[in-house]
Design a protein around this ligand. Structure first.
Ligand SMILES: Cc1cc2nc3c(=O)[nH]c(=O)nc-3n(C[C@H](O)[C@H](O)[C@H](O)COP(=O)(O)O)c2cc1C
Length: 350
């Protein structure tokens, strides 16, 4: 079975190519996940490091979907929504309990940023069991070595290949998907793991990015930053406005740990940092301001609400290098339908 056929058989309500919305921690909640899945994509809930929110979000998606026209072709006992965990900080036992207790099992479970490979093996086995095999396992990786190790140890249903352009957390040292994805595809095939579908992530903002990812060997794409510019993303308007305003992401964003330090979201394994839009916090850090003073100013900016974001603001605006391609706020469903419509028209002229 080719990869697209395999994905279609696992998520039969989705269109080809598969468009997923990233499980952005506490940003991708019911509204975003549901609208993406209702529009022919696969929406993920961003559970992040707090497994205790899973049960509530699963039941809120179930209830939201039950009040809308049914999504066609959803397999029996499956919720057409994925859930994403940041493995180093989340509780596996709480996740298992919530999945077991949920009458509908999430269609996919996305794992990211484990401290060790053995954690991913443990999570994969336990969650496959808890969902009685109904939830497919997606694992996000950022290097060729990680892709082959994870393929061998966990036999995931999908590998998400995350390039360095990605917004939010990722490996401090990685390449963009333009070289990472084909090298992963080649190496996985060479080692006998060529049957695992690859989904590209990092810098993909529209149908052109999706088409490019397909040419590189992916069977679909995950977008995070693009969905920040949707009303369904659970962020403050100041954050959304800063995303719309930023352009030329190679210079207006950077990978850094500064925002984690200021927000107090520490604990990430050492090889991870996060890409965000540059602002006064970053520049002050670069100019040598000490962390205590910078944090004090950050906390003051929090009290300013929407005014705390923007170039002259101080609050974390995690977003990828593609940020300049998000020019307007658009409903998440329209984003998915637009990409699916446009990607079919793209022809590569040689
Ligand atoms: C604001 C934001 C929050 C994110 N949070 C998570 C997360 O909680 N878990 C995760 O696996 N990935 C997270 N990511 C990374 C995405 O999974 C994905 O790799 C990334 O969004 C793809 O790149 P793009 O933002 O350029 O589309 C986040 C990304 C963004 C922009």
């Amino acid at each position: 079975m080719n990869h697209s056929t395999l994905l279609k058989s696992h998520y039969p309500w989705t269109s080809t190519p598969l468009i997923a919305a990233a499980p952005m921690r506490l940003i991708a909640t019911t509204a975003l996940a549901v609208s993406v899945s209702q529009s022919g994509g696969l929406g993920f809930l961003g559970i992040g490091t707090d497994s205790s929110v899973l049960a509530g979000l699963l039941s809120s998606c179930t209830s939201s979907l039950s009040q809308a026209p049914p999504i066609p072709n959803v397999p029996q006992g499956v919720l057409p929504i994925g859930v994403g965990f940041i493995v180093w900080g989340a509780s596996l036992s709480e996740a298992v309990e919530a999945v077991k207790a949920s009458p509908l099992k999430p269609a996919a479970i996305w794992l990211f940023a484990a401290r060790q490979l053995s954690e991913l093996e443990e999570w994969t086995t336990a969650l496959r069991q808890a969902s009685a095999g109904k939830s497919k396992i997606w694992i996000q990786v950022g290097t060729v070595a990680m892709a082959t190790e994870v393929a061998a140890a966990c036999a995931p249903d999908v590998l998400v290949i995350q390039g360095s352009d990605a917004g939010g957390h990722g490996l401090a040292q990685s390449s963009s998907i333009i070289s990472l994805l084909p090298e992963c595809a080649d190496e996985l095939s060479r080692r006998g793991f060529g049957d695992i579908p690859l989904i590209a992530a990092g810098g993909i903002m529209d149908a052109r990015g999706v088409a490019a990812a397909l040419v590189l060997g992916a069977s679909g794409a995950t977008l995070g930053t693009r969905f920040l510019a949707s009303p369904e993303a659970e962020i403050r308007d100041g954050y959304r406005a800063a995303v719309i305003k930023a352009g030329d992401g190679g210079v207006s964003t950077a990978r850094t740990s500064v925002y984690d330090v200021l927000r107090g979201t520490t604990g990430w394994p050492g090889e991870y940092n996060a890409r965000g839009v540059l602002n006064q916090s970053y520049w002050d850090h670069g100019a040598g301001m000490d962390a205590v003073e910078n944090k004090k100013l950050y906390e003051r900016a929090l009290e300013m609400g929407d005014e705390g974001w923007g170039e002259m603001g101080r609050l974390a605006t995690y977003a990828g290098t593609g940020v300049g391609l998000a020019k307007e706020i658009m409903p998440a469903g329209e984003i998915v339908r637009g990409i699916l419509n446009d990607v079919r028209r793209i022809q590569v002229v040689l």
